[in-house]
Ligand binder design. Structure first.
Ligand code: SF4
Length: 341
């Protein structure tokens, strides 16, 4: 779609978004050195290339979905932005400051504004503490409000995420998976954040519960004016909540686009393959399934050139040698593939 073909209101929205960048990720790289390497001088020490030179922006109030197969680096990207893992290279500019260069004092303030929801909240909930006490923790850590107001704030957030007041005194093991995810969301929201990184928040839940949590996330986004980075491996889930989607493969961002543009006109062969695997709820519509050959290569030794060339049906000799640059093919729709040079 060319600029001239875009609806005027869409153009306005795109323009307004450009001015409201909340987080600007530039060249994020995370390599994990392999322990026990024999290279005593640390030269050429083997490393797992989890994330390589990934760049994207988050605009205020949007949901940016990060999708790709397990092991593609999307969760590492999210965790690195919180500095739960230290990056190898790159910048993450949040409100004008590089998160990766912040002191522990500055980082504490940033972490008040950037919260995280995990795939399995149970493992991050202290089994010996009651829910009321768990939900008060962020208020205590970040010195938010007066102590005598904390119970009311906890009750308020519990009600907003669909938990009952009497559940305040229960322990984590007394809740179902869906309820635990509500607790995880309540714990993220009680500090009144600006950005929430949702790391596979519905992947461990039954399909019926998944839609409840997705709807809850959407409702909370409107109520708290939140920006989401939504990480998931299932593109059919990501498309339902995201305004824009970034597709990752083997630590690389291969395509970024507004959701409609990506779904209707996927450009990268990997995105096309991912979408071809999504079932269509209409038996009359047939879609050709693109089966990818082989397994994902090891991130310890990713292929040279385009990292997708070992599985791509369109790979040429050039793809085996040259890393494709990311190009903008339509407003906000970028792809890294030699087919579009
Ligand atoms: Fe396939 Fe080549 Fe494009 Fe990579 S650069 S996705 S190998 S056509």
């Amino acid at each position: 779609m060319r600029q001239a073909e875009m609806a005027p209101d869409r153009l306005l929205k795109e323009g307004a978004r450009q001015e409201n960048v909340l987080l600007d990720v530039q060249g994020l790289t995370k390599h994990f050195p392999v322990k026990g390497s024999l290279d005593a001088f640390n030269r050429n020490r083997p490393s797992v290339k989890a994330v390589s030179n990934v760049s994207f922006q988050l605009f205020e109030g949007e949901t940016f979905g990060l999708v790709g197969e397990s092991g593609c680096g999307k969760s590492t990207t999210g965790r690195t932005l919180m500095r739960l893992i230290e990056p190898t290279e790159g910048k993450a500019i949040y409100r004008g400051k590089n998160i990766f260069e912040q002191s522990s004092k500055e980082l504490r303030k940033t972490r008040e504004e950037i919260q995280m929801v995990f795939q399995d909240p149970y493992s991050s909930l202290n089994p010996r503490k009651r829910i009321g006490s768990i939900l008060q923790e962020p208020l205590i850590i970040h010195s938010i409000g007066k102590r005598n107001e904390h119970t009311d704030r906890v009750m308020d957030i519990m009600q907003k995420v669909g938990l009952l007041p009497e559940q305040y005194y229960r322990f984590p093991h007394e809740f179902s998976g869906g309820q635990r995810q509500r607790i995880g969301l309540a714990r993220a929201l009680i500090a009144n954040p600006k950005l929430v990184i949702c790391d596979e928040p519905v992947s461990a839940l039954d399909v019926s519960i998944q839609s409840q949590i997705i709807n809850l996330l959407k409702r909370m986004q409107g109520e708290f004016n939140l920006t989401y980075l939504f990480v998931a491996h299932d593109i059919s889930v990501v498309r339902h909540i995201s305004d824009r989607i970034g597709v990752m493969y083997l630590g690389n961002m291969v395509e970024v686009a507004p959701t409609d543009s990506l779904i209707q006109n996927p450009l990268h062969p990997y995105t096309k393959a991912l979408l071809s695997a999504v079932p269509i709820p209409n038996p009359r519509i047939k879609r050709e399934r693109i089966a990818l050959k082989g397994e994902i290569p090891s991130p310890l030794n990713p292929p040279a050139g385009c990292v997708f060339h070992t599985r791509c049906p369109f790979a040429t000799d050039r793809c085996k040698q040259e890393v494709p640059e990311s190009r903008e093919m339509a407003p906000g729709h970028t792809v890294a593939c030699h087919l579009y040079d």
